[in-house]
Structures are given as C-alpha cells and as structure tokens.
Design a binder for this molecule. Structure first.
Ligand code: GTP
Ligand code: MG
Length: 198
C-alpha cells in the first residue's frame, strides 16, 4: 500500500513564476472542465476538501500547489473546453497553463484526464499533440470508471486506444480511476513514487 501521510495546500498562482520554489518534483493534473481533476487529487491524498470540487464546470481557476509528504507537489490546474467561458477567459487560461507546462522545470509528468464514458474529443487529441510536440511527458487517466459497467468500459477504452494508435507509434502509460471507489489510486501513486525515486 502506498499511502500519502501529509498533504497541504501551499498556494494558488496565476503565472508560472509565482509558483512555489521549484526544488521538488511535481505532477500536474489537467483535462476538460468537470473531468474530475480536483476529485482525483482528493482521492489520492485521502482528503475530502483539499482541492475544490464542484458539479459545475470551471471550478478550478488557478494553478494550485499541494505539498505531499514534504517531498513532492501535486498540482491542480483549471480545466479546458468549457463552452460557457468567455473568449478572454479562455485566452487567459491558455496562456497561464501553456506557460506553466512549458517553463516549469520540476514538472516530471502531466496526468491528462479523460472521461472514460466519452468518445475521443478533438480538444483532448489536440492537447495531446501539443504536449507531444513539446516533449512534455504525460500519462492518460481515464476517469469516472464507476459510471460504466465492466464491458462498456473496456469497449470505450479499447475504442479510445484505437483512435490514439492511428497517430501515435507508442501510447503513453494509461490509468483507470474512480474517485468514488478509489480504483486506480495505488497505481498512480506507485508510478509517481517510481519517478520520484529516479
Ligand atoms: P474543473 O475544476 O471545473 O475543471 O473540474 P474538475 O476536473 O476539477 O472536476 P471535479 O473534480 O470538480 O469534479 C466534477 C464533478 O464530477 C463533481 O461533481 C464530482 O463529484 C464528479 N466526479 C469526479 N470524479 C468522479 C468519479 O470518479 N466518479 C464519479 N461518479 N463522479 C466523479
Ligand atoms: Mg477542479
């Protein structure tokens, strides 16, 4: 078992150079609004209210740093692809997140969250391309697996991999999670531990 002992909110930043000192390894969670980024951070840390969760999309608006076991950071980012957001807000988000992803020296891996129920969405595929072109390491996390039965889930993920295989020679590592049951939590924590140990 891989348990997090301490988790504390450090700060919210609106630009990469305001983020905490970059001496410790960090892991950022990104994906469409409402996909479950903040919920997964709470699940990984066994805390109900560490990261702010909402049924309404657009809850997380800044770069939020959480210090884990005094040794590494989890970072909650705002979601993309929310239709109701204004063009100005969208541009502001893009600049904030894109700069952070490209310039944060201690960012070891980006976890890109995808709702396991949905067909591949152009916006996610485009974002993966953007990460790939910049050689930013990322893993895929299929979220909300509790909402599908086993067979439907495997079909949905199989179809997703099929689409990805058309443009990627090698697929990134993938995880399946449910923030309700805690499925997938240990595998993600093991993966982080493995990178931290390198
Ligand atoms: P933004 O901050 O708005 O970008 O959203 P987010 O990606 O951080 O999503 P958040 O964690 O706030 O969750 C959005 C909604 O999905 C909430 O109502 C959660 O309770 C729900 N949710 C998140 N993860 C799961 C999951 O694994 N299973 C189920 N059934 N619901 C989930
Ligand atoms: Mg959030």
């Amino acid at each position: 078992m891989n348990l997090i002992k301490t988790a504390s909110f450090i700060k919210s930043s609106s630009v990469y150079f305001e983020c905490p000192e970059h001496k410790l390894p960090e892991y950022a969670f990104i994906g469409r609004s409402n996909v479950g980024k903040s919920s997964l951070i709470n699940c990984l840390t066994n805390r109900k209210k560490l990261a702010k969760v909402s049924v309404k999309p657009g809850k997380t608006k800044l770069i939020n740093h959480f210090l884990i076991d005094k040794a590494w950071y989890l970072v909650d980012l705002p979601g993309y692809g929310w239709a109701k957001v204004s063009k100005t807000e969208k541009l502001k988000w893009e600049l904030m997140v894109n700069e952070y992803l490209q310039k944060r020296e201690n960012l070891h891996c980006v976890f890109l969250l995808i709702d396991s129920r949905h067909e591949p969405q152009a916006i996610d595929l485009k974002f993966m391309r953007w990460l790939g072109e910049r050689e930013i390491p990322f893993a895929i996390v299929f979220t909300k697996t509790d909402k599908l039965g086993k067979i439907k889930l495997q079909k949905s993920l199989g179809d997703y991999r099929g689409v990805l295989s058309k443009e990627w020679d090698e697929l990134p590592i993938q995880f399946q999670t449910s923030s309700i049951s805690g499925i997938g939590k240990n595998k993600i924590l093991d993966y982080i531990k493995q990178i931290n140990g390198k």
